[in-house]
Design a protein around this ligand. Structure first.
Ligand code: SAJ
Length: 436
């Protein structure tokens, strides 16, 4: 394959069009904008566009508000509903899973179709969304080539998966190494040139399909290892062992690193991406499938712990603290906390969820939410589901005042249990068996 030509046509600083202004697209577009590129950020949601045009953001992420405001105010970042001609296009749209656990690539396809009328010789198209291996070649490329242009010759095509951790996005966007998977070596080099603008980590060039596989392997590795920690926790409860102490001790081994058990795995990445490997060949992925199922079963295990400590739903409501999928984020996608609440409701409990980070805008299928006092009033138990810092700082004496029974179920081992016990709480911790 010949190297794709670089774009010659547009005067001034290079232009970039970023499609999808969510947790990845918005910070990425803003970073390029404050680095001097003329960026158009595109989102199909008119509400998101309206907010961003006035410099407000619709997601919670440290320092993102300041960055977006700086980018919009400088005029380098414009926000719109439709793609326009540019030197480069980045697709950063969601890739959810269907009920059958298959990747829903409809957003990727429609983003590619929206680029089609604007695609010119010399352009670069990058897919950042996480996708099953071969998607760039088998799904994205045929759509883009409907333009009559040939990928790898007339325009460059690459898959450059994001790797940032929610809560540290702006730091990791700059510092992390990146995998740059080109349709050809020339495509990879074109994409690397773009990311070099602000990425300080090493840019590792490879082919697009390897890059796709690397990304899903990374998150699958984490999912399988969390499943192992959860398996240990359940076993420890049966043995009368404290899994948290046992894990700490096992991790004293120089080559062992067991992760933390919890109520399950959430977020749009780790709970989803392993299915992208399983879907093409389930018979070749028994370990990954078992891990997914084990993690998905953890909310049910939390309800079992609840039943053991608070067996009678008629004794009063349950205060469920945390709906976000992990501490100090506002994201409820695939959140095990939400699953626990729904499972407890199905088990007949009245559940009062409380999460100061989560905006209850009616857009999600969330259970009814309460403020702190409303959640605790008359409660027969408090279940801690998300390890937000604000929960770690709670004063158990104050918390217990309006509860009917002082019972705590800590699914994250996040609280100071001695203090809670001293305040009269009966404490159950996920993974902590009672020695006998
Ligand atoms: N969790 C545990 N035990 C642990 C670690 C995590 O139960 O020891 C749970 C969390 O509570 C949460 C879920 O797993 O529900 C996932 O949380 P996370 O912090 O591990 O990951 P994410 O989804 O916030 O971000 C991940 C990161 N991937 C890896 O760490 C391999 C990030 O680098 C990726 O860029 C991101 O997914 C993504 O977009 O793929």
């Amino acid at each position: 394959m010949a190297n794709p030509p670089t774009h010659q046509g547009l005067a001034g600083s290079p232009t970039l069009c970023v499609l999808g202004l969510g947790y990845i697209g918005l910070p990425t577009a803003s970073m390029f904008a404050v680095s001097g590129l003329n960026v158009l950020g595109v989102d199909v949601n008119p509400r998101v566009v309206e907010w961003l045009q006035t410099g407000r953001i619709h997601i919670e992420e440290p320092d993102l508000q300041t960055l977006v405001q700086a980018a919009v105010n400088s005029g380098q970042l414009r926000i719109g509903l439709e793609a326009q001609p540019a030197d480069a296009f980045i697709i950063a749209v969601p890739t959810p899973i269907t009920d059958e656990h298959r990747a829903d690539l409809s957003f990727v396809t429609s983003a590619a179709e929206s680029i089609l009328p604007h695609l010119r010789r010399g352009n670069l198209v990058v897919l950042e969304s996480t996708v099953p291996p071969r998607t760039t070649r088998d799904v994205l490329l045929p759509v883009l080539e409907r333009s009559g242009l040939k990928a790898g010759e007339d325009f460059a095509l690459a898959h450059c998966p994001e790797r940032v951790l929610p809560g540290r996005i702006l730091i990791e966007l700059v510092q992390n190494d990146r995998i740059i998977g080109g349709l050809s070596a020339g495509c990879a080099e074109r994409a690397a040139e773009l990311y070099r603008i602000f990425v300080q980590g090493t840019l590792h060039q490879t082919d697009a399909t390897t890059a796709e596989m690397v990304k899903v392997m990374e998150n699958t590795c984490r999912d399988v290892n969390i499943a192992l920690a959860n398996q240990f926790a359940i076993l420890a409860e049966g043995f009368g062992v404290d899994a948290w102490e046992a894990i700490d001790l096992a991790n004293k081994h120089p080559r062992v690193q067991v992760l933390r058990p919890g109520p399950g795995v959430g977020g749009h990445c780790i709970a989803v991406d392993p299915w992208f490997l399983i879907e093409s060949a389930p018979e070749r992925a028994p370990l990954i499938t078992a891990a997914r199922k084990l993690n998905d079963a953890m909310p049910g295990h939390v309800v079992d712990l609840l039943r053991a400590q608070a067996p009678n739903p008629a004794d009063g409501p349950i205060a469920a603290f945390g709906l976000a999928y992990k501490g100090d984020v506002d994201d409820v996608r695939e959140s095990p906390a939400v699953e626990v609440v729904h499972a407890a409701l199905r088990a007949g409990y009245e559940v009062r969820a409380h999460d100061p980070h989560v905006k209850h805008d009616g857009g999600m299928d969330l259970p009814p939410c309460f403020d702190l006092a409303g959640a605790l009033e008359g409660a027969q138990a408090l279940v801690l589901l998300t390890d937000h810092s604000v929960f770690r700082r709670m004063n158990p004496v104050e918390i217990g005042k309006s509860m009917r029974f002082k019972r705590l179920i800590d699914t994250r081992n996040a609280l100071d249990h001695a203090a809670w016990q001293a305040a009269g709480f009966q404490v159950t911790t996920l993974g902590r068996g009672i020695p006998c």
